[in-house]
Design a protein around this ligand. Structure first.
Ligand SMILES: NC(=O)c1ccc[n+]([C@@H]2O[C@H](COP(=O)([O-])OP(=O)(O)OC[C@H]3O[C@@H](n4cnc5c(N)ncnc54)[C@H](OP(=O)(O)O)[C@@H]3O)[C@@H](O)[C@H]2O)c1
Length: 269
C-alpha cells in the first residue's frame, strides 16, 4: 500500500514541498515522509509546516522504499554516486530537468528502478501536468507507485519515449510562464483602453480561467469556440484578424521551438 511506504525526498525546496503537500492532502502518512536537505533553516520550516521527518544526513535513506531526487539538476550526479552502494530495489524518482534516465542509471551503478518526471510550477496548487517515463525494465509496481505520487499534485501523462520529455518541457514545463505572460499582456492592454489596474486584472484573469475550463471539451475544435465569440463585422473578428496578421501562431511556435532546443542542449551537457 503506497500510502504506508517510506518516501524520502533528497532536496526540500519548492517542488519537494509541493509534492509533500499533495501527498499529505491525499492521506499519505506524515511519519513515513522524510526530507534530506543541507539547510537546517529549510528543514525547520518543512518540519513545522508539514510535520514530516527531516534530516541533514543521508543515513535516513536506509529503509526507504521510494527516493525522490528533488534537488537542482547539477547536484544529481554527486547524490547518485553517494547513495548507489546503499540501494536495494528502491524506486528512484527524479524531478530534475534535463537529467536522463541513462545518466542516473550510470551514476547509480547501472541501476534499473528509475522514473524520470517533468512536473510544472502549478504543482504548488495541485494542478501540475506531470509527464513520466520509466527505465525499460521498470516493474508495474514501481510504475503504480510513481503515478500514485504524482496524481496527488495534478494530472499525469506516461511517455513511451524519453526523447519526448524535451517536448514536454517546452509545452507544460515552461507553459505556465507563457500563460502568465499572455495574462500580463491582456491586463496591460486593458489598462491602455481605460480600465483601472484592478478592473483589468479581474476581467482578464476570470476570462482566462473561464475560457480554459470551457476549452476542455473543444480541444479538437477550438475554431468553433473562436467563431462562437466572433460575430461578422464585430469586435472579436477585428482583434483575431490582428492576431492572424501578426502571426501569433508563428510566434508561439518559435517560442516553443526555442525552449525545445534549449531543453535538448541542457540535457546533452
Ligand atoms: N520549479 C519548477 O517549476 C520545476 C518544474 C519542473 C521540474 N523542476 C525541477 O525540480 C528540481 C527542484 O526544483 P526546486 O525549484 O524545488 O529547487 P529548490 O527550491 O532550489 O530546491 C532544491 C533543494 O535541494 C537542496 N539541496 C542541494 N544540494 C543537496 C544535496 N546534496 N542533498 C539534499 N538536498 C540538496 C537545496 O539546498 P540549497 O538551497 O541549500 O542548495 C534546496 O533546498 C530541479 O531539478 C528542477 O529542475 C522544477
Amino acid at each position: 500500500m503506497i500510502k504506508q511506504k517510506k518516501i524520502i525526498f533528497v532536496g526540500g525546496g519548492n517542488m519537494a514541498k509541493a509534492i509533500i503537500y499533495g501527498l499529505i492532502n491525499n492521506g499519505y502518512t506524515q511519519s513515513n515522509l522524510f526530507v534530506i536537505d543541507p539547510s537546517a533553516d529549510q528543514l525547520n520550516t518543512i518540519s513545522s509546516d508539514y510535520s514530516v521527518n527531516v534530516s541533514t544526513s543521508m543515513c535516513q535513506l536506509n529503509g526507504g522504499e521510494i527516493i525522490i531526487l528533488a534537488t537542482k539538476p547539477h547536484h544529481i550526479k554527486s547524490i547518485c554516486e553517494s547513495i548507489k552502494d546503499n540501494l536495494n530495489q528502491q524506486l528512484i524518482i527524479s524531478i530534475a530537468a534535463g537529467i536522463s534516465i541513462k545518466n542516473i542509471s550510470k551514476w547509480l551503478g547501472n541501476y534499473k528502478h528509475i522514473v524520470r518526471t517533468m512536473p510544472n510550477l502549478v504543482a504548488q496548487i495541485q494542478r501540475s501536468m506531470t509527464a513520466l517515463c520509466g527505465a525499460e525494465e521498470l516493474s508495474q509496481d514501481h510504475k503504480n507507485d510513481a503515478q500514485s505520487i504524482f496524481n496527488t499534485i495534478g494530472k499525469i501523462l506516461w511517455l513511451n519515449d524519453e526523447f519526448k520529455i524535451d517536448a514536454v518541457t517546452s509545452i507544460s514545463g515552461s507553459g505556465p510562464a507563457y500563460v502568465f505572460y499572455f495574462l500580463d499582456s491582456l491586463i496591460e492592454a486593458g489598462e491602455k483602453v481605460g480600465l483601472s489596474r484592478d478592473e483589468a486584472e479581474y476581467l482578464a484573469h476570470e476570462t482566462l480561467i473561464g475560457s480554459a475550463i470551457m476549452s476542455e471539451s473543444y480541444l479538437n475544435d477550438l475554431g468553433t469556440l473562436i467563431n462562437n465569440v466572433s460575430s461578422k463585422g464585430g469586435t472579436t473578428e477585428q482583434a483575431i484578424s490582428v492576431l492572424k496578421n501578426k502571426d501569433l501562431k508563428e510566434i508561439i511556435g518559435l517560442a516553443v521551438a526555442s525552449a525545445f532546443k534549449r531543453a535538448i542542449e541542457i540535457g546533452s551537457k
